[in-house]
Ligand binder design. Structure first.
Ligand SMILES: NC(=O)c1ccc[n+]([C@@H]2O[C@H](COP(=O)([O-])OP(=O)(O)OC[C@H]3O[C@@H](n4cnc5c(N)ncnc54)[C@H](OP(=O)(O)O)[C@@H]3O)[C@@H](O)[C@H]2O)c1
Length: 272
């Protein structure tokens, strides 16, 4: 099925982030009507102003996806403004970079709240409206860490694996409502994501500047929605890693563990 985006009523969480802004722009250009959601009202107003200047039909709904009343207000705002809902795009997310040994329960719970429980409970509220929507779908932005657990990303990997798993189960369950469930699996993206991490303790040389642009990811998300593609891996690095891991899982694990040992041996040798 090819999905037409013109006129579709969309909730987009994480709208003010790097990937969110680019996705909002792409959705508006495709003619969708968009509820822009994130926590910071000023950033939302700024984005909405720019999109409206470009002819976009958008409203803002400040909401923290971890707060039940905010989630309810967000869905109510969409239905009040547009008379229903066709697409829920769960994009809000947070990262935490560092090993489990130096992590805390608070960090694990926080990451799970934003990346897993938030979108899950928002979907619960949105589902009754999606069932009466036009070509409806839920789109979950996960990560390549949701398909391959990565060192220094333990909480993040767990949260994204959880969302990938929930998406797979929903796909079969929601089929009886004709609501599609699409999973987006992006690799590294130069979005400013790292500015919002809960901690920055990892040791690898992460080169976000060599990653995809937010516009690349937005084009991938919009393309997946249009094509109704069940799972979309974005970025050549992510595609390569996940393919290699599928065919050579033991070798992949060995190579990754060797890299971790090297990084920490170098630190020990320098007295760190
Ligand atoms: N960048 C990458 O390399 C990469 C790779 C794979 C997957 N992803 C995923 O892509 C998605 C977008 O990430 P990004 O790169 O655009 O990151 P970003 O620039 O940090 O944007 C994150 C967005 O989420 C919102 N947000 C954070 N916590 C929230 C909360 N509790 N409630 C509501 N909104 C919240 C932020 O706005 P407020 O702070 O105003 O709330 C912001 O709009 C995330 O799910 C991320 O995990 C990113």
């Amino acid at each position: 099925m090819a999905r037409e985006l013109a006129g579709k009523r969309v909730i987009l969480t994480g709208a003010t982030g790097g990937i969110g802004r680019a996705t909002a722009d792409a959705l508006v250009k495709a003619g969708a009507r968009v509820v822009l959601a994130a926590r910071k009202p000023d950033a939302l107003d700024d984005l909405a102003g720019k999109l409206r200047q470009a002819g976009g039909d958008v409203i803002v709904a400040p909401a923290d996806v971890t707060v039940p009343d905010d989630r309810r207000r967000l869905v109510d705002a969409a239905v009040a403004a547009f008379g229903g809902l066709d697409i829920l795009l769960n994009n809000a997310g947070v990262g935490s970079w560092g090993h489990f040994a130096t992590s805390t329960e608070d960090i694990v719970r926080r990451v799970m709240e934003v990346n897993f429980f938030g979108p899950v409970e928002l979907t619960r509220l949105a589902l009754p409206h999606l069932t009466t929507g036009v070509d409806p779908c839920v789109v979950n932005v996960t990560s390549m860490c949701g398909r391959k657990g990565m060192p220094a990303w333990p909480e993040y990997s767990a949260s994204k694996f959880a969302l990938v798993g929930m998406s797979e189960a929903w796909r079969a369950e929601f089929a009886r409502f004709d609501v599609d469930v699409l999973t987006i699996v992006p690799g590294m993206t130069d979005s400013g994501f790292q500015q919002n991490w809960l901690r920055v303790e990892g040791k690898a040389d992460l080169r976000f500047d060599k990653g995809m642009t937010p516009a690349d990811v937005a084009a991938g998300i919009v393309g997946a929605i249009r094509a109704n593609r069940t799972e979309t891996v974005l970025g050549s690095e992510a595609r390569r890693l996940l393919r290699f891991n599928r065919f050579f899982p033991r070798l992949t694990n060995w190579l990754i563990a060797r890299k971790v040992k090297k990084l920490y041996a170098a630190q020990a040798a320098s007295g760190g």
